[in-house]
Design a protein around this ligand. Structure first.
Ligand code: HEM
Ligand code: HEM
Length: 184
């Protein structure tokens, strides 16, 4: 049963930061690889695909935990628009963290180029034809772009909580900050 509580579990915090690092790494890797060709590009995109599938699995885990652990109390000072924007950003993230890897699989896992997770586990090929793959290719790029916008919004939100508002929202994702704040 989901409850309302005031801190994240250690697993939830670890998953948050692991997913954040992998997503930002994957965006950087894909953009860097756009300037490359041949085997070098193939190697980076192979890692990109495997990291992407890892993000999918970690996100399912994180979502399961979120449903099990319940919802966090919002600081009392938050205004109406902030109360609406914060969960909208989080839901947006969850949708994108599922849509980006799934769309990647849908356009990129083909019999010509099978998807093998870190050269260890063979994953099924996408059943889509050329048109379907084209659609999911575009969706993949668009969703990744949206994720970048959300990250900027999310980081600005986190900094607003920590500095002008001086509440404990950033500290509940970065517990060491709590100890450094006499008023938190
Ligand atoms: C965390 C998950 C992922 C993120 C954040 C991500 C992000 C990106 C970005 C920013 C690009 C460059 C934009 C573009 O070329 O349109 C890209 C390209 C690409 N991604 Fe992903 N991706 C993820 C997962 C995956 C997965 C799971 C696969 C396949 C199984 C995949 C396959 C590809 C491929 C093949 C390209 C190159 C597309 C091209 O050549 O036009 N990605 N990805
Ligand atoms: C790709 C990068 C990131 C993604 C995908 C991401 C995703 C998320 C998601 C989905 C949540 C909601 C957790 C929940 O279910 O309650 C969350 C919470 C949070 N994130 Fe991130 N995040 C990213 C990067 C960051 C960064 C760089 C910061 C800090 C500067 C940050 C700070 C926070 C904080 C403070 C919360 C807690 C909000 C609250 O307690 O209401 N995140 N993040």
């Amino acid at each position: 049963m989901a409850t309302v509580h005031s801190s994240y579990s250690r697993t939830a915090i670890t998953l948050h930061w692991l997913i954040a690092v992998l997503v930002l790494g994957n965006i950087t890797g894909a953009l860097y690889a756009e300037g490359l060709e041949g085997a070098e590009r193939g190697a980076i995109m192979g890692i990109h695909k495997s990291i992407g599938i890892t993000v999918l699995v970690l996100t399912l885990w994180r979502l399961g935990l979120r449903l099990k652990e319940g919802f966090l109390l919002l600081p009392a000072h938050m205004k109406g628009w902030e109360i609406a924007l914060a969960p909208a950003t989080h839901i947006g993230f969850y949708v994108l963290l599922l849509a980006i890897p799934l769309s990647g699989w849908a356009f990129a896992a083909s019999p010509e180029r099978p998807l093998v997770w870190f050269n260890l586990i063979a994953l099924p090929d996408s059943p889509l034809g050329k048109a379907g793959r084209g659609f999911f290719h575009d969706l993949h790029g668009l969703a990744a772009l949206l994720a970048i916008v959300l990250v900027v919004l999310h980081v600005l939100g986190a900094l607003k909580h920590h500095f002008p508002d001086r509440d404990d929202v950033l500290a509940r994702m970065l517990p060491f900050l709590r100890k450094n704040r006499p008023d938190a």
